[in-house]
Design a protein around this ligand. Structure first.
Ligand SMILES: [Zn+2]
Length: 401
């Protein structure tokens, strides 16, 4: 659906305020009452806006409150990672209609499909979600998919899975569009979570921010002057592959010492467990220092919270590397905020100090005036939510929030 600039401005205002009279719209958009009337009329014709209630004006003619018709279209968002696939359905005012998680691994046992097992999982989860939401299926206007790796969002091609094995040059947009006849957009998962933070999270109302997503992978998203920066090929924000430790671990991408090898889930566990072995080997009192290897972040957090100095100091070191990467972003883009999110952000209390310290050492103090480093309250539906927002933009042909 093609919308004019005035229609977009009006929709933006209605999304923000939930309801408004023609006069409210004219006041805020600076459009003339005549233009507002015709814009509202067009949006009503398109089914996007409807009268909510008659306002109780004390004097003069009562005027109607308008709102976005919540059922004018639904947008489906999928986010996929190695262990879980999240699917969410949003209505036109970005409220969740339905959401569900599917574990991956089904595809691995099914050799009848000619697909990569992980891709099979995505398609199978989508099929099941649509079966379960049969009554809403007709209202779905577009589907957004957030996946890790290198994504050509313009052509809808998943170029490389990086840490998802076997993904190479898959036209996931065509696959799903052909099957369901619904428009599809594909984005890097870090960019979808950037969109979530921009519309609902810590980035709301901030025109320039950088989002750092720490999970099984490490990714980023840049919001510049209120819009998500895509770059020439759509890859802007690949902070996970900035080299921060040249003598470190090898990354899935082929290089050594990428931020992803330091701050991803596996990166954090590797480092802790390797350092632990070093300490045990070198310690004269190794019997004082033996413990099981860390299996997950919960155990790491518990050790740090219980005052374990070893764990705290390794996490501080990881914070310094993250701080190095953040300093580069600050120097290049001068964002007002850096928002850190993702599952690994539960370690915030043990990373924050050294991230800040490194930033203060490397970035001009003038650039840091009013700068904020914030950790977002991460929930695992954020990526899918952001993917649904990309789907909505595809349908409305414009970035809205
Ligand atoms: Zn890398």
């Amino acid at each position: 659906m093609n919308l004019t600039r005035n229609e977009i401005e009006t929709l933006k205002l209605l999304l923000r305020k939930e309801k408004a009279t023609r006069r409210d719209i004219a006041d805020e958009t600076q459009l003339s009452p005549f233009v507002v009337s015709s814009v509202i009329e067009m949006l009503e014709k398109k089914g996007l806006v409807e009268v909510l209630e008659e306002s109780q004006a004390k004097r003069g003619r009562p005027s109607n409150f308008y709102h976005i018709n919540p059922d004018s279209g639904y947008f489906l968002g999928i986010s996929a990672d190695l262990t879980v696939i999240n699917i969410i359905l949003l209505n036109s005012i970005n409220r969740t209609v339905s959401e569900r998680q599917f574990p991956t691994g089904k595809g691995a046992g099914d050799s009848s499909e000619n697909f990569n097992p992980f891709l099979y999982d995505i398609l199978d989860s989508l099929k099941r979600f649509l079966q379960e939401n049969q009554s809403n299926k007709k209202k779905i206007r577009a589907i957004g998919i957030g996946v890790p790796g290198i994504i050509d969002s313009d052509r809808g091609i998943w170029l490389r899975g990086l840490r998802i094995p076997g993904i190479k040059h898959i036209n996931i947009r065509e696959l799903i569009q052909d099957k369901y006849n619904i428009p599809v957009v594909i984005e890097d998962v870090a960019r979808t979570v950037t969109y979530y933070e921009k519309s609902n999270g810590k980035g709301k109302g901030t025109k320039n921010f950088f989002l750092l997503h720490l999970g099984r992978g490490v990714g980023g998203g840049l919001v510049v002057n209120g819009e998500i920066l895509k770059g020439y090929h759509g890859f802007a924000g690949e902070i996970g592959h900035i080299i921060v430790e040249p003598s470190g671990y090898r990354c899935h991408c082929g290089y050594v010492g990428c931020l992803e090898t330091v701050a991803s889930l596996d990166g954090i566990l590797h480092r802790l467990n390797d350092k632990m072995r070093e300490v045990v080997v070198s310690s004269m009192h190794s019997h004082d220092f033996h413990r099981e290897e860390f299996q997950n972040l919960r155990e790491v957090l518990e050790a740090a919270e219980n005052g374990d100095k070893f764990t705290q100091s390794v996490l501080s070191g990881i914070g310094s590397f993250i701080g190095d990467a953040c300093s580069n972003v600050l120097l290049l883009f001068n964002p007002r905020k850096i928002i850190i999110t993702g599952p690994n952000a539960i370690l915030a209390d043990y990373l924050r100090d050294t991230i800040y310290q490194r930033i203060r050492e490397r970035v001009f103090s003038e650039m840091l005036s009013n700068f904020e480093l914030v950790f977002s309250n991460y929930s695992q539906d954020h990526e899918a939510y952001g993917a649904a927002l990309f789907a909505r933009d595809l349908y409305w042909q414009k970035e809205i929030l």
